[in-house]
Design a protein around this ligand. Structure first.
Ligand code: PLP
Length: 230
């Protein structure tokens, strides 16, 4: 099943890139393997996948301890508590979910302690949803400048979790706003900030996200099937 699903997902990514006049190589597939067994990750790896997204610190620790492939990377995509930063630092190659200065400061502290430079994305609550983590678009410019001044971290771009919707077209305007935010921040030429990454789009809406400029799509269900949380 994973094999067929991956084939479909890559085909959809290719077509979305074609519609948008983009090169397929501009889009990184982050296979969201949270709650899924290591055997699923290894199966996807054997099929050529190299980037996996997880959102629980304990799972990241266990999976990175067990799976030793020199070219595999794990990304932290879920909400990260400051007291858990120590455990993920050095285990993930990108943290997508930096949603406050306080969290960035903690990552910075840990990076300096470990002699690392940790790449991060700033998570934006693009639809202003009460239930969601994330920096508001209004706060973004100030917070970016403050975080950029911290040692040991590098801002690589922006991330959002768009609203859950039946119709992916409903999220097009949010994806477009995200792209515009990243263009606006890029234009400020802040030291230590690049806007090379735009992480948006999940199983339900990744094709629209790609049409609007996503560089990283985070797909779980569409590859590994429904998650069982019980
Ligand atoms: C779980 C999760 C995903 C993947 O969601 P699917 O709908 O299963 O593709 C993507 N991004 C984040 C932040 C997630 O927590």
């Amino acid at each position: 099943m994973i094999k067929e699903n991956l084939k479909t997902v890559h085909e959809n990514i290719r077509k979305a890139c074609e519609r948008a006049g983009r090169d397929e190589s501009e889009v990184t597939l982050v296979c969201v393997s949270k709650t899924k067994p290591e055997s699923d990750i290894l199966e996807a790896y054997e099929l050529g996948e190299r980037v996996f997204g997880e959102n629980h610190v304990q799972e990241i620790v266990a999976k990175t301890d067990d799976i030793k492939k020199p070219d595999i990377s794990f990304h932290m995509i879920g909400h990260l508590q400051t007291n858990k930063v120590r455990q993920v630092a050095g285990r993930v190659s990108l943290i997508h979910s930096v949603d406050s200065y306080k969290l960035a400061a903690e990552i910075s502290k840990e990076a300096v302690k470990k002699g690392l430079e940790i790449p991060i994305l700033l998570e934006i609550n693009i639809a202003g949803e009460e239930s969601k983590y994330g920096i508001t678009p209004d706060e973004l410019a100030d917070i970016t400048e403050k975080i950029a001044a911290l040692p040991g971290i590098k801002i690589e771009g922006l991330m959002t979790v768009a609203p859950i919707t039946e119709n992916p077209e409903d999220n097009r305007s949010y994806f477009r706003k995200m792209k515009q935010l990243s263009v606006d921040i890029e234009a400020k030429n802040i030291d230590n900030v690049s806007m090379n990454v735009l992480s948006m789009g999940m199983t339900g809406d990744y094709e629209v996200a790609i049409e609007e400029g996503a560089t990283h799509v985070r797909i779980g269900t569409g590859i590994f099937g429904e998650r069982n949380y019980t």
